[in-house]
Design a protein around this ligand. Structure first.
Ligand code: SF4
Length: 96
């Protein structure tokens, strides 16, 4: 009996969090951009553009503060879904 290593995603940490913004609720106050320039920048109209991916541990306290200080409650800190595939693999078949 052999055990081949399986090619599956590395389990997510329970502390893997990501920032999300509700674009309907956001009024472009810019509070989050001032608090967390490492992860949030302004688009040309002042609305936040959030860097995709998990919030680094060293920035999670600031991220929580940005969420709490958002005047319209448009910013959310949520757990990243577990098992999110890193990259889809494609099988390429030659055309016949
Ligand atoms: S603090 Fe809230 S309302 Fe202001 S830009 Fe950020 S998400 Fe939008």
């Amino acid at each position: 009996m052999s055990h081949e290593p399986e090619d599956r995603p590395v389990p997510q940490s329970p502390r893997d969090l990501e920032l999300r913004v509700n674009p309907i609720a956001c009024d472009a106050h810019g509070v989050c951009i001032e608090l967390l320039p490492e992860l949030i920048v302004a688009d040309p109209w002042g609305y936040p553009l959030i860097r995709p991916g998990p919030v680094p541990l060293r920035l999670q306290a600031l991220a929580r503060r940005a969420v709490a200080d958002c005047p319209t409650l448009a910013l959310l800190l949520a757990e990243r879904p577990a098992g999110r595939p890193e990259a889809a693999r494609r099988q390429v078949r030659p055309n016949r």
